[in-house]
Structures are given as structure tokens and as C-alpha cells.
Ligand binder design. Structure first.
Ligand SMILES: [Mg+2]
Ligand SMILES: [Zn+2]
Length: 196
């Protein structure tokens, strides 16, 4: 890692850090994926900023409030903290372009794969996005990465294994790496970053 070019890792939430259970409309539905805290800890120890970026269109859809999203994210940070891991930022998009009512129904620039949350992280943490990594369990997370020139890692937790097994013929984006889980993703990232 060079001192001048700062880089970081952006994480999807559902299916990547927490179990994919559909809409998390109560904090009790939030469950950590077994190895998630360990993967984040590896990045924390290497002093790499770790930023969460999650679409939460359930707000626009009227399934839950933005307050609940924040409560869920506080709880996530707390669960990780108990295991010695920390997210440096938690970003979410509560919008949807065509469902619900304003202000949540809007063609925002933060709903993934639009790059709003990446641009925000870059601004707030002084990151060079072409040196950053984005992890997620959907190929859309890889497209999200590539839209700003970052590397995209598909994790095979959540929807990842199904996306890989049944959908990959149709992929228009190729992951830079595929990882069993957050630990193997973090290990690959730390090695890959050293070589640049
Ligand atoms: Mg996901
Ligand atoms: Zn948005």
C-alpha cells in the first residue's frame, strides 16, 4: 500500500455482510454471515477504510421507515463491534425511481449501480476510486464497481452462488475476483493491493 494513493473497500450489506433474508423490516431479522466480521477485521487491521453501501428501497416502497434503516445499521455496527470489527461509514439509498411517493420516489444518483455512494465515500475519505474495491453478492455490485473504474468482487454468499451458477452466461460484467466469503475476499484484496 502506498501512502499517497488512498484506497478503500466498499461492501454491500444484504447477502454480503448479513444474511439475505429479503426486506429487513425489523432489527431482529439482521443476522451476520458467519465469516463477515473476520473479513472486515482483516481490513481494519490493515488500516483500510471499510464503507458499507446498501440499497434500501423498502423505504420508498413503504415497507419500513428510514429510521428503521438507521436502527438496523446501528445494530449491525454493534454486532460487528462485539466481534472486534468496524465499518468506517454506512451509506444507504432509500429511494426508488418509480415506486412510492416523493421524496423517496426519485431518480436519485445513489441507488446502486449508480455511483453516488462511491463518490460520497471517495469525497469523505479522500479515496482514489480506481484503486478501490467493491464487494457484493450480485453482478450489479460488480457493475457498480466498474462504473467508477474500481475492482468488483463477487462473493458467493447471499445471491452470489446462484448468480454464478445460473446467470453467468448472461453477465455483461465480469468480476475481477470471486470469493467464497468476506474472509477470502479480504485476503485477495490485501494481496492484490500490494501488487499495484
Ligand atoms: Mg446484496
Ligand atoms: Zn438514492
Amino acid at each position: 500500500m502506498t501512502q499517497s494513493a488512498k484506497w478503500g473497500v466498499f461492501l454491500d450489506r444484504d447477502g454480503t455482510v448479513t444474511e439475505e433474508v429479503g426486506y429487513v423490516n425489523h432489527p431482529s431479522r439482521l443476522r451476520l454471515i458467519a465469516s463477515a466480521a473476520e473479513g472486515i477485521r482483516l481490513l481494519n487491521r490493515a488500516s483500510v477504510p471499510v464503507l458499507l453501501a446498501t440499497n434500501q428501497a423498502g423505504v420508498a416502497r413503504g415497507y419500513f421507515t428510514e429510521d428503521l434503516v438507521r436502527e438496523n445499521l446501528d445494530r449491525l455496527q454493534e454486532m460487528l463491534g462485539r466481534l472486534g470489527a468496524r465499518l468506517d461509514a454506512l451509506y444507504y439509498c432509500p429511494h426508488h425511481p418509480s415506486v412510492g411517493a416523493p421524496p423517496y420516489r426519485q431518480a436519485c444518483d445513489c441507488r446502486k449501480p449508480k455511483p453516488g455512494m462511491l463518490l460520497r465515500g471517495a469525497r469523505e475519505f479522500d479515496l482514489e476510486l480506481t484503486r478501490c474495491y467493491v464487494l457484493g453478492d450480485k453482478i450489479g455490485d460488480v457493475a457498480f464497481a466498474h462504473s467508477v473504474g474500481a475492482k468488483g468482487v463477487l462473493v458467493l454468499t447471499g445471491y452470489g452462488l446462484g448468480e454464478y451458477t445460473y446467470q453467468r452466461q448472461g453477465w455483461t460484467e465480469q468480476p475481477d475476483f470471486m470469493a467464497e466469503d468476506l474472509v477470502s475476499a479480504a485476503e485477495w484484496i490485501l494481496k492484490d493491493a500490494q501488487g499495484r
